[in-house]
Design a protein around this ligand. Structure first.
Ligand code: ADP
Ligand code: MG
Length: 354
């Protein structure tokens, strides 16, 4: 089922939790809503579900305007962060719940419900555990029961709000892989919310990066990591360093020192901007004649195959700080001077460019 969110604004007490949000979700897609806490992810998910009404804008399921349909009419399945399984019900009864509470006319016969529960147990790889109670299951198993319960009503769209948030790191990773496989097997249109970029990048067909009630970027994992389209996305996803620069006659300068050539027709024109790069996208410059950034190693630490150096950079009175990756065999004594040059970077014009 295609889902289309059109120009949604959602206010709570006049405060916009979402502001002019539009998003087209394609049938069968696995979409991640990624953003810091408070960016509006849950609100967007609840609007798609029909648990909230938009202040402005509309939501379409396929060709139909679903804006005024109820949760039941939208046929969505949900899983929340704090899996709310019914503690006094067995696994099987939990999964069957959405079917047994249907109006009598729409309720499948008992045998049919039992058959479907069996199928779902199979699908979430919990066959044999149908008689157990939630407190006899591990966290990961409980979360899979919650997924099976959401699937029982044969939803058109599956909505997951930080479904693995309450689990420990190892189980999260397992469930992440499992969800991807599950999605590929069942082909449901799925929207899941996470504040964990690793989870979003690993799992999703497309990632929707949100900040302060707005969508910053929609794209594949490669798009949002390799081609971030805003300072927010660049610094939110992956490690990054940034420096205030000025572009003068096409030359990017940090405190007067040339750093590189501004791309023609790039986002930034002449004037003040911010240069972003990843710690791994730098090269050390040993030739004293070659223009380079120069800084002092404040500290450095070894990671598995590399070394990360904290560099104090900038003139006295205008200090800046960047983290860069340097080869393990590089001289990395604290206090030593280091010259380096970003090999890949992106320049953004400052909002109020002078
Ligand atoms: P996220 O899921 O990204 O953490 P939310 O969608 O929960 O963000 O919240 C977005 C903003 O809307 C936050 O500032 C939050 O405080 C506000 N908000 C969410 N739900 C309500 C509500 N029911 N009443 C008032 N404010 C709300
Ligand atoms: Mg939330």
């Amino acid at each position: 089922m295609d889902v289309s969110v059109k120009n949604i604004r959602k206010e709570f007490d006049r405060y916009p939790a979402l502001n002019d949000v539009s998003l087209d979700i394609r049938s069968g897609e696995l979409i991640a809503l990624l953003g810091p806490s408070g960016s509006g992810k849950t609100t967007l998910l609840r609007l798609i579900a029909g648990l909230e009404q938009p202040t402005l804008g509309s939501i379409h399921f396929g060709a139909e305007d679903a804006s005024h349909k109820t949760v039941q009419e939208r046929h969505v399945g949900f899983v929340f962060q704090h899996y709310a399984l019914f503690r006094h019900m067995t696994v099987a009864d939990n999964i069957a719940f959405g079917l047994t509470v249907r109006p009598r006319a729409e309720r499948p016969p008992k045998a049919e419900i039992r058959r479907r529960v069996g199928e779902l147990l199979d699908m979430v790889q919990l066959s044999g555990l149908e008689k157990r109670y939630p407190n006899q299951l591990s966290g990961g198993q409980r979360q899979r029961v919650a997924l099976a319960r959401a699937m029982a009503i044969e939803p058109k769209v599956l909505l997951l709000d930080e479904p693995f948030g309450a689990l420990d790191a190892k189980v999260r990773k397992e469930l992440r892989r499992w969800l991807r496989e599950f999605h590929d097997r069942t082909g449901h249109t799925t929207v899941f919310v996470t504040h964990d970029q690793e989870e979003a990048l690993e799992l999703a067909d497309r990632v929707v990066v949100m900040s302060q009630g707005k969508i910053e970027q929609v794209g594949s994992s490669d798009d949002v990591y390799d081609r971030p389209n805003s300072p927010f996305v660049f610094s939110f996803i992956g490690d990054s360093a940034s420096l205030p620069v000025r572009v003068e006659e096409g030359c990017i300068r940090f405190q007067g020192a040339p750093v590189g050539i501004a791309p023609r027709g790039g986002d930034a024109g002449e004037g003040a901007g911010t240069l972003f790069f990843r710690p791994q996208d730098v090269t050390l410059v040993t030739d004293a004649g070659t223009p380079a950034l120069e800084g002092r190693i404040a500290t450095s630490r070894r990671l598995a195959g590399t070394r990360i150096a904290d560099i104090d950079i900038g003139r006295p009175g205008e200090p800046h700080h960047v983290e860069i990756e340097i080869p393990l065999d590089a001289q990395a004594a604290n206090g030593a001077t280091l010259r380096f040059r970003p090999t890949r970077w992106k320049l953004f014009a400052d909002e109020a460019a002078s």
